[in-house]
Design a protein around this ligand. Structure first.
Ligand SMILES: [Fe+2]
Length: 278
């Protein structure tokens, strides 16, 4: 079963530039979103897709995109920080959602794969937010061209190499200037958050997670939230992914929000970490 799921998600990942995920509410137009806020579909969308979480210290996190690649927004009274920009195919949807959330002051990149930085260019044009990225991926953010990650099993290794050889242009994005870059951690105090960005590499060289109030973490592709699959099917450095899981557990966070799938509880990650290390 695990192998079947792994293969399925590998194919989804590789062919995702063509993938327009049918998340709930995809038929809602911008007009509906803005003017018909009492309609049932809008309520479902707000509850299911644009779900909001609050930490005990009052930080709000909202999921802005859900499905192909999750995108989150951190809020306080003054600032809004977007975490990732999603796949290019979700660009219009993202801009519609930002009409209701408000413009982002900054964008934190968990990493620069095409399904996370696909809309960096249009966001920079429209809102001019500052872009925060790990220094190992500064060049990739600016060129829009990061190498495809290695597969973490034989099948995904094959898929990754095939993609890199045959259709490399599918995985390129429009580059943007990196305004802020960091090495091990970057404190978000300057934006009024009790939060920081932590280097949790392995999936890619500069993969990073946003740690909020030491309660919630937005982890990008450091782990998956797909039923039956926690380990990323693609990773440049497999042992480093496991070490990054330890770093994430050491933060004390109780919930980990991946860029693909659903939130993962601490116990599930602890169990997976133990299985990988014992
Ligand atoms: Fe990725």
């Amino acid at each position: 079963m695990g192998i079947v799921q792994n293969n399925y998600y590998s194919v989804v990942f590789l062919f995702s530039p063509l993938w327009c995920y049918g998340e709930m509410g995809k038929t809602i137009s911008e007009t509906n979103l803005v003017n018909h806020q009492n309609c049932f579909i809008f309520d479902v969308q707000v509850m299911v897709v644009m779900r909001t979480w609050n930490t005990s210290k009052g930080t709000t996190v909202q999921r802005v995109l859900f499905g192909r690649s999750n995108v989150y927004m951190l809020f306080n009274e003054t600032y809004r920080l977007l975490v990732d920009t999603g796949a290019k195919t979700d660009g219009k949807k993202l801009l519609r959602r930002l009409v209701s959330t408000g413009k982002p002051d900054g964008v934190i990149m968990t990493h620069t794969h095409f399904d996370h930085m696909g809309n960096a260019g249009i966001l920079k044009d429209r809102y001019a937010p500052v872009f925060i990225v790990h220094e190992a991926e500064k060049g990739y953010l600016e060129s829009g061209n990061i190498p495809l990650p290695e597969g973490s099993c034989r099948w995904t290794r094959f898929i990754s190499r095939l993609g890199a050889e045959k259709v490399p242009h599918w995985f390129q994005s429009r580059g943007v200037r990196a305004d802020i870059f960091f090495r091990e951690r970057y404190n978000l105090e300057a934006f009024g958050f009790n939060a920081y960005v932590l280097h949790t590499y392995g999936h890619s060289p500069g993969s990073a997670s946003v740690i909020i109030d030491n309660e919630m973490a937005l982890v990008g592709d450091a782990l998956m939230g797909v039923p039956g699959m926690l380990f990323p099917p693609y990773a440049d450095n497999i042992p480093a992914v496991v070490q990054s899981w330890k770093k994430l557990l050491d933060t004390g966070c109780h919930t980990f929000h991946p860029a693909h799938g659903f939130p993962v509880g601490r116990k599930k990650l602890e169990l997976a970490y133990k299985r990988r290390t014992h």
